[in-house]
Write a protein that binds this ligand. Structure first.
Ligand SMILES: NC(=O)c1ccc[n+]([C@@H]2O[C@H](COP(=O)([O-])OP(=O)(O)OC[C@H]3O[C@@H](n4cnc5c(N)ncnc54)[C@H](O)[C@@H]3O)[C@@H](O)[C@H]2O)c1
Length: 479
């Protein structure tokens, strides 16, 4: 355990604030109790069966760079790609330290992939630096190893947060056909900010309709379920602040309301707040500082730093607990930087430790899991496998699309941001719904996924028809 020493009023401490460990009760039994075991994901199996019936080993001339959360279901994705002819030795994997499950890493290595170790993060608020360092090391290895192979024509980059594509060495695009896929909206925001796009086709899985409309409630449910030991269950409602009223923020707010808590939400986009169905115990505000002052539990669901008004924390006289539901250590970055400034420098941090800050006025601010997303622990599961296979299947759909793109000179010449194919999304949804409880989604939401045009309209990027389709024989279940 780290021995982080505090200086001045700010303090960063190892002891977990939560005395009660996370446990599997019947309520949250949907998180698998077997942490280190391989599980089958039937949707992925079915997709592989369909594609291999059309063609054997379409990935045999491709190298894959895979940036991921080292969770058990990542192994299913790797195995699916191996079934499509990807050689483990042509697979280069990097995980994120805060979500790493050691068994998953061992299993991936056992399969023969090159696995880039995560470097330790030195000091709070510096995840980006350690991860960028790891990305450079990963690419150095890719360049070295591919230089010794003659069979590889294509490089497929399955990115998570935009780092791998951003730091890709020019020699990769000079020597290989390249297709990228971005899994997170944060990764795409970086391209928008730079006002540029990669010099090869990039598949936009991050904002596809299936991810936005079907995945977000699953994430919110998983975060809240993992948080159940933390969310007070008492007759007294707790005042909760939800910052970022997007797909995940909305689902978190609804869950908290259903548990009888008071919820205040803030979004920097006023249009988002207009979508809130405000009612008793549910308020929206355009003033982040007021929200911070009023709330005891703060949920960061924006994907951005929401502590830039750091004075609201520095001067708080009340205790508060901060929980990230988003990505990396971004959500409470300015506050973490303030804490780091007042703490010992140069120490390696454990990304899963809570960080405690004593404010100028004696308020104890607890940042759970160091500001990394709360549903990532060392269990190897951030969301139950049966649910998250939707996300893994979308990545596999992107792999299928990339296989087609590698053979399409028009697309390879065109570059740009491409929508994840609507027909593949439709197939994934049909298959996945077989394994979902009825009534999880409304009839309206599900019927939208029967319409390719609706999926296209809600999946941003260039639409490019593929040379093949996968037929689903499953009837879509309506609510
Ligand atoms: N924890 C997980 O398992 C998990 C899984 C998937 C995605 N995520 C991450 O969760 C985050 C939210 O995802 P989403 O699907 O809800 O995204 P979203 O784009 O639907 O919602 C984000 C909302 O935050 C608002 N926002 C942005 N910056 C803000 C700021 N500075 N202050 C206040 N509001 C701000 C936006 O206007 C938007 O309404 C993303 O970063 C995503 O990568 C986490």
């Amino acid at each position: 355990m780290n021995s982080y020493r505090a200086i001045n009023k700010a303090s960063i401490f190892a002891p977990r604030v939560l005395e009660r460990p996370y446990f599997l009760s019947s309520k949250n039994a949907f998180f698998s109790s077997v942490a280190n075991a391989f599980i089958r994901l039937p949707v992925l199996d079915s997709m592989v069966d369909k594609l291999t019936a059309l063609e054997q080993a379409p990935l045999s001339n491709t190298a894959v760079v895979y940036v991921h959360h080292p969770l058990r279901t990542s192994l299913n994705l790797l195995d699916s790609m191996f079934s499509l002819g990807l050689a483990p030795k042509d697979t280069f994997v990097l995980g994120k330290h805060y979500s790493e499950n050691k068994w998953v890493v061992q299993e991936a290595k056992r399969r023969g992939v090159y696995y880039q170790p995560c470097s330790p993060q030195v000091e709070l608020a510096r995840f980006d630096e350690s991860f960028t360092h790891d990305i450079h090391s990963l690419w150095a290895e890719v360049v070295k190893q591919l230089g010794e192979r003659s069979n590889i024509e294509n490089v497929l980059v399955l990115d998570h947060g935009g780092y791998a594509i951003n730091f890709m060495p020019p020699s990769i695009t000079q020597h290989f056909k390249v297709v990228g896929l971005e899994k997170t909206s944060g990764g795409l925001i970086n391209w928008v900010r730079q006002g540029s796009e990669p010099s090869f086709p990039l598949i936009n899985m991050a904002n596809c309709a299936t991810k936005r409309f079907l995945e977000s409630p699953l994430i919110a449910e998983a975060v809240v379920e993992k948080l159940s030991p933390v969310i007070p269950v008492s007759r007294e409602p707790t005042t909760c602040g939800v910052i970022g009223y997007g797909a995940i923020g909305k689902a978190i707010a609804e869950k908290l309301l259903s548990l009888g808590h008071r919820v205040i939400t803030y979004d920097r986009d006023p249009a988002q707040l207009k979508t809130a169905n405000l009612r008793k115990n549910f308020l929206a505000t355009h003033d982040l500082i007021s929200l911070v002052a009023s709330a005891d539990l703060l949920f960061g669901c924006s994907g951005q730093d929401v502590t830039y008004s750091v004075e609201a924390f520095r001067l708080s006289s009340r205790d508060k607990t901060l929980i990230s539901c988003s990505s990396g250590d971004r959500e409470f970055l300015t506050l973490l930087q303030l804490i780091q400034k007042n703490s010992q420098s140069g120490l390696v941090i454990n990304p899963r430790q809570d960080v405690i800050y004593e404010s100028e006025f004696g308020g104890k601010i607890t940042i759970l899991r160091g500001g990394f997303p709360y549903n990532f622990d060392d269990s190897g599961e951030s969301v139950p496998a049966n649910d998250i296979q939707l996300t893994r299947a979308l990545v596999l759909a992107g792999v299928f699309q990339a296989i087609d793109f590698f053979r399409n000179p028009h697309v390879l010449g065109e570059k740009g941001l491409y929508a994840l194919d609507a027909e593949l999304q439709k197939f994934v949804v049909h298959e996945w719904l077989q394994y979902q409880p009825r009534n999880r989604y409304t009839e309206k939401v599900l019927s939208n996924f029967e319409q390719s045009d609706w999926i296209k309209a809600n999946s941003p990027g260039i639409q490019e028809a593929l040379s093949f389709t996968l037929e689903s024989h499953t009837q879509l279940k309506l609510g």
